[in-house]
Design a protein around this ligand. Structure first.
Ligand SMILES: [Zn+2]
Length: 171
């Protein structure tokens, strides 16, 4: 049984069974971690409030048939908004478990997010990318599934791209 203590941003949380939770964390030391929190939904559990998206927490985890949350302390929060929720989902989808990236961690700590900036950290720099369809216009969208860029014009022309897969890059 290995114990870890690290800082984390809660990206997402799901209910499991009657009382448990599954939390998706981006941690400073371990990168993305999916951990189970036993009895986290008991009304008396302080943990329940901390293990919600948008919270920065100091967390104690043990690894024993997967990660389990032992304890957590809140030390900050990002603004609760649909935009930030979508951004946290994006981080959850774009990262791999147990691949820490300090650059990403310190970016998340800034609490102000831009898809352009974070895509650079992921190695997809929009400034050097071309539209996959026309290859000439500046890019305005990023496809999460295919990890390619499109320009505004090609998307507006209805080139076949599932809309829910597209991230609009702010200027
Ligand atoms: Zn184009």
């Amino acid at each position: 049984m290995i114990e870890y203590f690290t800082s984390a941003l809660v990206l997402d949380a799901e209910d499991v069974g009657e009382l448990d939770k599954r939390v998706f964390l981006y941690t400073k030391e371990l990168g993305k971690v999916v951990a189970k929190a036993k009895s986290a939904r008991k009304i008396t559990s302080k943990l329940a409030a901390y293990l919600e998206p948008f919270n920065f927490i100091k967390i104690r985890l043990i690894e024993k048939n997967g990660f389990q949350v032992v304890d957590a302390l809140n030390f900050g929060k990002i603004e609760i908004s649909p935009e930030n929720f979508a951004f946290l989902q994006f981080i959850k989808e774009m990262t791999f478990e147990l691949q820490p990236d300090k650059k990403l961690w310190f970016y998340l700590r800034r609490k102000k997010f831009s898809y352009r900036q974070v895509l650079k950290i992921f190695g997809f720099d929009p400034d050097f990318a071309g539209c996959r369809v026309c290859a000439k216009n500046p890019v305005a969208y990023f496809s999460k599934t295919d990890q390619i860029f499109f320009c505004r014009q090609c998307v507006a022309r209805g080139f076949k791209i599932p809309k829910n897969d597209l991230i609009l890059l702010e200027k």
